[in-house]
Ligand binder design. Structure first.
Ligand code: ZN
Length: 254
């Protein structure tokens, strides 16, 4: 790709943002509907938003020099929490690139309905300007997201087939829950299900995670009931099958 006109950027961060944005505008399709292009919304100077003309989906692009790792920096903490709790946040495209010439190593989409407040960590800025303004930034904790909400588009330099990305995103949409507290429980229990290596499991297997959930929800004194409610939700949505021997079989949960 060409690098014409890059002289006018006064910081490396701005330059990187311009390059990653132009990469997305040139190469990225809409992962929700498959439309060939998504276009940059030009109304914000500090955040990169893209938009699909066909299905009206919006995406926020975050990029990082190096591997995506366990967390990624985002804007103001309070803003992010209020967007999530009011269901106004957008899908996120996370890009990990390498080197000055921006080789895209990783590109991931996190669907908007996978965001919960507990995956947003406060980050106190080291810049003295920001400190004076009392501005608190945030990190998005990527390791807390169940893999169904961490959909790879480019994986370590390898491009995942477009149809596969769209299919995974469509399946993940069925896990959309509006109520924030219910959503938190669903994804916590889904993460426990994901950690069971076998395709088939029993209630005893999933209750193994009870202490972990009890530590996260100390005010709740019926963790097992919560677990069973989430399993029922997953069963109703066709992600689990409950068979006669009292065991659950994973369906659509790769
Ligand atoms: Zn679209």
């Amino acid at each position: 790709m060409g690098f014409g006109g890059i002289k006018n950027y006064n910081s490396e961060a701005q330059l990187a943002r311009a390059i990653t944005e132009s990469w997305v505008a040139k190469n990225m399709y809409c992962p929700r509907c498959g439309n060939a292009k998504i276009i940059k919304i030009k109304n914000n100077r500090t955040v990169s938003y893209f938009y699909c003309k066909n299905c009206k989906s919006e995406y926020e692009l975050k990029s990082k020099d190096g591997p995506l790792g366990n967390k990624i920096r985002d804007g103001a903490y309070e803003t992010m929490i209020s967007l999530i709790t009011s269901n106004q946040n957008t899908d996120f495209l996370l890009m990990g690139y390498q080197g000055q010439y921006l080789k895209v190593k990783d590109l991931v989409i996190i669907p908007k309905h996978f965001f919960v407040p507990s995956m947003i960590e406060k980050h106190h800025s080291i810049s003295s300007d920001a400190q004076r303004a009392g501005r608190i930034g945030c990190n998005i904790l990527l390791q807390d997201i169940p893999r169904q909400g961490f959909i790879k588009i480019i994986d370590n330099g390898n491009i995942i087939e477009k149809s596969k990305v769209i299919e995974q995103l469509t399946i993940s949409s069925e896990l959309s829950v509006e109520d924030i507290e219910d959503r938190g429980w669903l994804f916590d229990v889904l993460e426990c299900v994901n950690r069971i290596p076998e395709q088939e499991f029993s209630l005893t297997d999933i209750y193994f995670f009870e202490p972990l959930l009890a530590a996260k929800y100390p005010q709740n004194n019926n963790i097992r009931l919560k677990i069973r409610q989430q399993l029922q939700f997953l069963r109703d949505k066709g992600f689990l099958e409950f068979n006669q021997r009292g065991r659950y079989t994973k369906i659509k949960l790769k």
